[in-house]
Design a protein. Sequence first.
Length: 407
Amino acid sequence: MANNGGSSRRGDDGVGVGVTPSRWRFFRPTAGTPLAAAGSMSIRSVLNRLNSSVDASGTRPVVPLGHGDPTSSACFRTAPEAEDAVVDALRSRKHNGYSPTVGVPQARSAIAEYLSRDLPYELSPDDIYLTSGCVQAIEIMISVLAQPGANILLPRPGFPMYKSRTTFSELEVRYFDLVPERGWEADLESVKAIADENTVAILIINPSNPCGSVYSHDHLAQIAETAGELGILIIADEVYDHLAFGSKPFIPMGIFGKTVPVITLGAISKRWLVPGWRLGWIATCDPNGILKETKIDQSIQNYINITSDPATFIQGAVPQIIANTKEEYFNKILDLLRNSADLCYGKIKDIRGITCPHKPEGSMFVMAKLDLSCLDGFSDDIDFCCRLAKEESVIVLPGLGSDHFRH
């Protein structure tokens, strides 16, 4: 056997020991790789850092406010009908095998019908692709769009997962600002200024993570018109669909699907309070067939063919979850979120050095502004969040983690 440059000796038990590292041919990860960069800027990386700052020997219970996981609060529990649906799916023994790559037909039909309730046209089950949560839906769409030279427009502030996925896929990002004085509406003039012939899509998150805003029909119409003029598709992240508790109702971007192709990303994670069930979807809201014409739908199918599926028994439960959950349950959750938002907004106003530019109207988040000039000894927002975790066991996400400015 050839010597590859390493040295070794055989121990008493016959097992080789002491092989030098020069023998191994796989690379050593470096900070410059897309994977290393994407991982370091992810929301999970930031949360891991904050959680590690908590004083393990302290007596204060951890208050986790940095992640959109409603299950951390006992008052947020899924509907009994959803739990029963999962139990029934398991006991039926019909959902223990592999599912079709695009999803179980009955689940796709149920989701198409669910989304069509709010649209001026009907979605087909063929328009629905099931994913392992909304995060996998993000992964698929960014990977599909990441062609050489292409760029995508992302909101700032925004959900950090998009930046992580675009970095890993080496898709260029261009940011447009959300304006806090206008309820975090998109600055559409800046959208027009940064787009060019290589721009493929714009991301709209509504209701917003992390801003807690909900867009009006008029603003969504303006976004659709702008995207149509630019010839780009809209990725509509609506994982918080219907979690609107302010003056404006939730309106899906898909109602403008005849103006511009819309790809909606969603999940049962937030409205049903079950992020751990990992059931999401991609919905092509495109009655004009532009996504088929440009083969985007085929690219989605191709990517799904090389990735994993959501758990089959959860897919099997979806029709019953959607059909049986009572409106009273949803109203109860909205009341809880509204009361929490009112309390949070009111308390923030009483804290010197922290302001809230816009009262939250949807999702599960509020974006606050930190004025470091009023606070001694803090270098930036990350330092503030780390010390808050260490001294008070309270976890909040820094604005930098949402691609926002420091204060």
